[in-house]
Every structure is written in C-alpha cells, then in structure tokens.
Design a protein around this ligand. Structure first.
Ligand code: ADP
Length: 408
C-alpha cells in the first residue's frame, strides 16, 4: 500500500510517500518512494523541494498561497511523467496526518471522521500553534483525495498510559479537571518506534523490557517505557519542559518567568518567545541552537559553548537516572534524533558516571555508530545501549496502514 504522509505546519507541508504492508512492517523493509517539503507557503516565493527514491533532489520557487495549492502541487510532482514516482493520484491508497495534540481524547491513532475532526479542534486550545495547521492540511488533502482513508497520528497519544503520579502537576487539582492542565508529553511516535525496533534488535518481548529512550533533536525528550507502556516522559503540558533543547529552556523554576518579565519589562508574548526561541543551547552559548556548532565552538575553547553542552548532557543524565528509578531498573537505553544518532560525544558524556547502574559505553563502538542502528555497550553489559535512527513518518504510514487493515 502507498501512504502519503503529511506533516503540515503554519507555512509548510513536509511529506513522504511510503510503500508499506503488514509483511514489510514485520521485516522492517517498508520504504520511502519519494520525499519533499513545501516551505514559505503564503508567499510568492514558496520553495518546493523534492527527491524521488534513488533520484536527484530538485527545488522550485513559485507562488503558493495556501495549503490546498501546496498539496495539489505535491500530487502533481509525484505524478509528473518525468520526475514522478506514480502514474496517477489514484495510486495513493491512504493519507497519514501528523497531529500534534490529541489531549486526553486520543490514546492511539485513528481514522479521520467528522467526529474526530471536532475533537481535534477541541484539543487546539492546548496546541494553538500546531493543531489548527494540522487540520488545515487535513481539510485540504481530504478535498484533493476524497476517496481514500485519512488517518490522524498524534504526538501525544503514546504517553496517555502515564499514571497520574507522573502527569499531574503540583497545582490546584481543579486546574486539571477544569482546563486540562497536566503533563501530556510529545515525540510519542519516535519513542514508540525506537522502543519497538529495540525489541527486534535484541530479540526481547515488550513485556520483558524497561527502556529509556532519548530523542535528542532540536526538540528533545526522554521517555521511560515500562513493559511496552510509556510511564513518564520529560516534556509536559507543552514541549517546553524537561531537557535543555536547541532554543528552549526546559525545566525552570516558574517564578523566574515573572521575575524576568518584571525586570526586563516583557509582555507575555515576549516572555514566551524568550523561553522557546532565545534559550537552550542558543541562549547559553550565544553561538547557535545547533549542537554541531556548539561542539565545534567548545573544541576551540569557547567556555559558554562548553557550559551549554555540559548542561545539555548533565540534565540528560539526571533524567536517565530518574527514569531508571521510576521503573526500578533499566535494561535498554536508546539514543535517537539528530544529536542522539550522530553525536558520540554527547552520548559518552551523558552516560559517563552511570556505570553504577549498569550503563557502559564501548568507546570504539560509540565512535563508529553514526546515523545507523548499533549497539554501543560492550557485549554482556547489564544495560544494552543502542543507537536507533528514528523515523516518525514511517510510524505514521504504518499506523495508517494498520488502521486501514483493521489491525490497530
Ligand atoms: P528536529 O528536532 O528539528 O527534527 P533533528 O532530529 O534533525 O532535529 O536534530 C537536529 C540536531 O541534531 C541539531 O542540534 C544538530 O546539530 C544535531 N546534529 C546533527 N548531526 C550532528 C553531529 N554529527 N554531531 C552533533 N550534533 C548533530
């Protein structure tokens, strides 16, 4: 089955066309036939980049004022006789949509129906910067491909198994019941995917495992997966909580916000921007939100870059320790995301000192594990430490397929 996966933001549509089947999922052999992105939607200079499997990347600049036009453009490219990978739009069997927030309404992926759309709209209050755009993309795609099933796959759904002790904040309880103020967690598709892959790699059943998964990209979160269920994760009501990130502050005493707003005379909007865009690796190092650049500056002797990288790794280590405690142990530690997959230095720094709990990293294995699946712990170590490249689009395609096949 060919599934078109769409990830619609305010001014962008990222997409992959993925061929998958139940047998391909089992053997991990489903494949991306084409991928691309339309960015700067709403301008006369939108950029559509596209790459078919095994082919050259191309990009075009043109006026694209709305999501519907972007998706029409994507289908036109996929069916283009010269560059395309399918002959006609009818070869697309299903569409999978990334939806950021499913609130407490969705604990798994679902097929889109009017009722689902209404419920996703209700969750928009919790994710005003994401859900409305995800829905706009869905509505546009539904008009263009009306006769195929559309699935919604939520970033939050996987964490709906967290117990109240992990998700209720230390605030008046009525704020939870009245406004849904609680921890939700994000990156659920990624944590779920790498957890699932680890079982195949290690030949373990999910019932037997206590996993800690570290998704370290621009946004970063850690998840404790106890016997196949997320029992805690570091992001909270929004993706701002938890680890230090590219430009987000992560854990913070909430009083700091009011103090800084007063001292710097900031509006609510400015304070939100400060916490989300001017903090994290970028805010501390003053160099970049990109870990590669921070590490390169550190190597040149830049002390603030060193501090930023130290804080990133220290906080990650604290979460690993905390989640081992939450599960009364850990069997497998997994690194994924741009940093987790590609930075031996960050992995080594985060694991240093955790030998007391069975976490050992083999230096040579760690150095060569870049962008590929690998075990970086020594053979026979108590905790298997793995690197597993994530693939959120693949999870979305697989969920769409399983929903269509009626096995989810
Ligand atoms: P996003 O969250 O936007 O999907 P990614 O998962 O692509 O982000 O991760 C981006 C991060 O990965 C950036 O901080 C980038 O510097 C980092 N990264 C990529 N390659 C390396 C590397 N070789 N060493 C260190 N960090 C890397």
């Amino acid at each position: 089955m060919k599934v078109l996966v769409l990830n619609c933001g305010s001014s962008s549509v990222k997409y992959q066309l993925i061929e998958t089947s139940l047998a391909q999922i089992e053997s991990n052999t489903d494949r991306v036939i084409a991928r691309g992105a339309v960015e700067r939607i709403g301008t006369s200079s939108a950029i559509h980049s596209y790459r078919p499997e095994g082919g050259e990347k191309s990009s075009e600049v043109k006026e694209i004022l709305e999501h519907r036009v972007a998706i029409t453009e994507i289908i036109r490219t996929l069916t283009d006789p010269r560059r395309g990978v399918i002959r006609e739009a009818r070869e697309i069997d299903a569409v999978g949509h990334r939806v950021v927030h499913g609130g407490e309404k969705f604990a798994r992926s679902v097929l889109m129906r009017d009722e689902v759309v209404r419920q996703v709209e209700e969750c928009s209050e919790l994710a005003p910067l994401h859900n409305p755009h995800n829905l706009r993309g869905y509505r546009a795609a539904r008009k263009i491909l009306p006769d195929v099933p559309h699935a919604a796959v939520f970033d939050t759904a996987y964490h709906q198994t967290m117990p109240p002790a992990a998700y209720v904040y230390g605030l008046p309880y009525v704020l939870y019941t009245r406004h849904g103020i609680r921890r939700y967690g994000f990156h659920g598709t990624s944590h779920r995917f790498v957890g699932w892959r680890s079982q195949s790699i290690l030949g373990r059943r999910r019932e037997d495992s206590r996993l800690i998964t570290c998704h370290l990209g621009n946004g970063a979160s850690v998840c404790a997966i106890d016997h196949g269920r997320s029992v805690d994760t570091s992001m909270g009501f929004t993706p701002l909580e938890g680890l230090l990130m590219g430009s987000r502050c992560g854990d913070l005493d909430p009083s700091v916000i009011f103090h800084v707003m007063h001292k710097e005379d900031l509006t609510e909007q400015q304070a939100t921007t400060l916490l989300n865009k001017h903090s994290g690796l970028y805010g501390i190092s003053g160099v970049s939100n990109d870990m590669r650049e921070v590490l390169a500056e550190e190597a040149k002797g830049n002390e603030r870059a060193r501090l930023a990288a130290d804080i990133f790794c220290y906080r990650l280590k604290k979460y690993i320790g905390a989640y081992a405690a939450a599960m009364a142990g850990v069997d497998t530690l997994i690194f994924t995301g741009g940093i987790g997959e590609n930075s031996p230095a960050v992995r080594a720094r985060a694991c240093a000192g955790l030998e007391f709990m069975g976490v050992h990293v083999d230096a040579a294995r760690n150095e060569t594990a870049i962008g590929t699946e690998a075990r970086i712990s020594p053979d026979g170590a108590p905790v298997a430490v793995l690197v597993i490249p994530t693939n959120e689009e693949l999870i979305i395609a697989r969920d769409a397929l399983r929903l269509v096949e009626g096995v989810l």
